[in-house]
Design a protein around this ligand. Structure first.
Ligand code: ADP
Ligand code: NI
Length: 232
């Protein structure tokens, strides 16, 4: 390559980098606004953590960090709890990407991840791309461990639910409607979902993180029952 060609390549790369930074900064503003009035556990701090965890996993798994970061930022905008329905939410995200001149391949990759993550009803289709697997892992990791415990009780509190009720056993099989409608004590949510998530990680690095967070939740539950019974 001649000097001029090297300069030209550098200039193209710099333009691509600043283009990515421009999109990420704009996405941040868009998402902060979209989630401003949420009380279902999908606040901005959740997005920030998912973005951070996704970047850490992306580095470890040698994935495309920009796609992970952009999808992590946008992943909850199309959630039914925020958008009302998934189709409207997905159209909103696509409209936003188009309006911000996101290039078509990036738009397609990000939309595929978000559509799979927002899938409501029945079995969720599996993630097909490494970046999708990573963002899904990051989202699931944020539901477990110390932050997961805090989020579960925050959610239960917002719904006016009991912390714990020894007379009410966790539900093993349930329909999606039952899952979302029945008032269950928050401790039950650990058995119905949170303790199961470590076996649903897609990537090896996330599995290691999930194992640590899982062990912490077991410790938390032991201590919780000990205190509940006045044993500790
Ligand atoms: P996602 O959209 O990622 O599947 P949810 O919307 O189900 O997650 O939950 C958002 C947060 O609220 C998570 O931290 C989750 O553990 C918590 N949460 C959801 N349902 C319950 C519940 N019934 N009891 C306690 N916490 C819950
Ligand atoms: Ni999320």
């Amino acid at each position: 390559m001649t000097m001029d060609e090297t300069d030209a390549t550098d200039a193209t790369e710099n333009a691509a980098t600043s283009e990515r930074e421009r999109l990420l900064a704009a996405a941040e503003i868009f998402v902060r606004e979209a989630l401003a009035h949420d009380s279902s556990g999908h606040d901005w701090s959740h997005i920030e953590r998912v973005r951070r965890i996704a970047q850490v996993i992306a580095r470890e798994e040698r994935a495309d960090s920009f796609i992970c970061e952009l999808a992590a930022l946008l992943h909850d905008v199309a959630d039914v709890k925020i958008a009302g329905d998934t189709a409207t939410g997905l159209a909103r995200v696509r409209g936003w990407l188009d309006a911000h001149r996101c290039d078509p391949p990036t738009t397609a990759r990000v939309m595929e991840i978000i559509a799979t993550m927002s899938f409501a009803g029945g079995e969720r289709p599996p993630m097909t791309t490494l970046e999708g697997k990573i963002v899904q892992d990051a989202d699931r990791l944020d539901a477990i461990g110390a932050v997961g415990v805090a989020r579960a009780f925050a959610y239960g509190g917002a719904k006016g639910r009991a912390l714990h009720d020894p007379a009410q056993a966790p539900r093993e099989r349930m329909t999606a409607a039952e899952y979302h409608s029945q008032p269950t004590p928050t401790i039950n949510h650990f058995y119905e979902k949170l303790l199961l998530l470590k076996d649903r990680m897609n990537t090896p690095y996330a599995r290691q993180m999930a194992e640590r967070r899982y062990q912490f939740m077991l410790t938390f539950l032991d201590q919780f029952y000990a205190e509940w019974d006045g044993r500790s």
